[in-house]
Design a protein. Structure first.
Length: 508
């Protein structure tokens, strides 16, 4: 039987999306299975890896059942996954505790220890493309060693999310260069684990997975896993990449000069380069690309869609209830509220730091705030201020790239948050450039994984196919009349953050 399809799994923060792509790179069918995040203490964020596995099994079976595609038609299974996590597993790939995910920033003491032993922030940044920080896998592994030593002693490997699923599927403990580049233990230019940083972290190399190119076939689906997922035993497993690298490829950002914004639970702005991009102020980071010998400079913030989701749950219960009755998304009704508030939200500012912050602040103690509230303000103003505040933070990231010489003339946008026309217009007005909605939004990350898989088994010619598959379908143009208003808001937004810094430290 012909192998006509690629099965790509996008293992995100809220769930796993399984998508089938055909030989032309088109989406044939998709299925989603969700899971929860636990926040047991301030700065902690955890998930049960068995929930990931259950979601992968459920989404795979549902996808094949609803599409009518037979398991024997799958050329390979490949992965995108949330990055910067820490999954401690035994030799049978069984998790020893909950996964510490990207949003977790508990490892502040370990971060400081790594800085001191490695010779300072810049020394780490020049090796990894990342400044030290509690969001990274290496610091999280160090935290486990110091605080849960019995689990650390039992661990056979420490893995990222997609690598855990690959281990359960194939029995192989492996990762790819892009995910490894989000650990703070990887040498970007040597394309290997850094002996200097492993020594500074006090970690043994054998605790980390073997590294591969994103397009490598790293194993086959084992019989027990095949039965759980409904796949054919022996189906090739291609490792794929971290979600940031997959999103860049899926957005068609594979050549220098293009840029995109991903709007999901977190958000980031990314571009493509042939060399790592080292910011003198260390505001942005650089990941390895899915494509060989290429890099993905990124500025990522912690809570974007996640902050809007929080507002949905605490301020928008009427919209949630109405959406259920109408069979629409609550966000559609929330966006209608946003449009009832004028640009600038009557002077209300929102600082979106509900989980601390990465780019450009790099402050795990930062906290969210509505600033400037008075009796005039409505829920509509608060929702608009939230979207504007998230976007103002993204503008600070864009500014860092522009200061490094990135000539960005238009911004591609992908991710679930890109569905909202109101948000895209806010982005265009605050960025001061056209914002281009692509044909694939939530599927763009899956497409990046599928390209890695398809290239790996000879199904696709190369990553350049992404540019053909992701046409621009709608463009939001900036409104020149709002330029001065948003320039003032941007200046005040940055000053408000600076004014709170000492209070953040005191609260911590």
């Amino acid at each position: 039987m012909s192998k006509n399809f690629i099965l790509a799994h996008d293992l995100g923060t809220t769930g796993d999306k399984a998508t089938l792509f055909d030989a032309a790179g088109r989406v044939t069918a998709s299925a989603f299975a969700g899971y929860a995040v636990a926040y047991p203490y301030p700065n902690w964020a955890e998930q049960n890896p068995e929930d990931w596995w259950g979601a992968v099994c459920t989404s795979s079976r549902r996808l094949l059942s609803e599409s009518g595609i037979r398991a024997e038609e799958i050329a390979c299974v490949c992965f995108s996954g949330q990055m910067q996590g820490c999954v401690a597993v035994d030799r049978q790939a069984r998790p020893l505790r909950s996964a510490i995910i990207w949003a977790d920033t508990r490892a502040a003491a370990e971060t400081q220890a790594l800085v001191e032993r490695a010779g300072g922030f810049e020394a780490v940044y020049r090796i990894t493309g990342h400044r030290p920080g509690p969001a990274y896998s290496g610091e999280k592994i160090m935290w486990l060693r110091e605080n849960q030593p019995e689990i650390y002693r039992q661990a056979h490997k420490f893995l990222c999310a997609k690598d855990f699923i690959v281990a359960r599927l194939s029995g192989r403990f492996v990762s790819d260069y892009s995910d490894a580049s989000g650990t703070n233990l990887y040498d970007l230019q040597a394309r290997d684990w850094s002996p200097a940083l492993l020594a500074a972290a006090g970690l043994r190399r054998e605790l980390l997975p073997d590294l591969h190119a994103s397009t490598d076939v790293v194993g086959e689906v084992q019989p027990e896993a095949a039965e759980a997922l409904g796949l054919a035993a022996g189906t090739p497993v291609v490792i794929g990449g971290g979600d940031g690298a997959c999103a860049a490829a899926g957005a068609g950002v594979v050549g220098e000069g293009s840029a995109y914004t991903y709007l999901g639970s977190s958000a980031w702005i990314g571009t493509a380069t042939r060399q790592p991009l080292f910011d003198p102020e260390m505001r942005t980071v650089t990941f390895a690309s899915l494509a060989p010998e290429a890099f993905c400079p990124i500025g990522a913030m912690q809570a974007a869609g996640g902050a809007y989701q929080w507002l949905r749950d605490v301020l928008c219960l009427p919209e949630k209830e109405a959406a259920g009755r109408l069979g629409v998304s609550p966000y559609q009704l929330m966006d209608e509220l946003v449009l009832q508030s004028e640009p600038g939200a009557q002077g209300l500012l929102f600082l979106p730091y509900l989980l601390g912050e990465r780019s450009p602040r790099w402050n795990p103690h930062a906290r969210g705030a509505f600033f400037g509230l008075d009796m005039r303000h409505t829920r509509a103003d608060m929702l608009r201020a939230a979207l504007e505040g998230i976007t103002l933070n993204l503008r600070a990231i864009l500014g860092a790239f522009q200061e490094q010489g990135a000539g960005v003339l238009a911004m591609r946008v992908i991710g679930g948050g890109a569905r909202g026309a109101a948000w895209r217009q806010i982005m265009a007005d605050i960025f001061g450039m056209p914002v281009q909605r692509l044909a694939l939004l939530a599927e763009a990350t899956s497409l990046g994984a599928a390209l890695a898989g398809g290239v790996g088994v000879g199904f696709y010619k190369g990553f350049e196919l992404a540019e053909e598959l992701t046409p621009v379908v709608e463009t939001a143009q900036p409104n020149p009349a709002l330029k001065a208003r948003y320039e003032r808001a941007y200046a005040l937004f940055n000053r408000a953050y600076e004014a709170f810094v000492l209070l953040y430290e005191e609260m911590a």
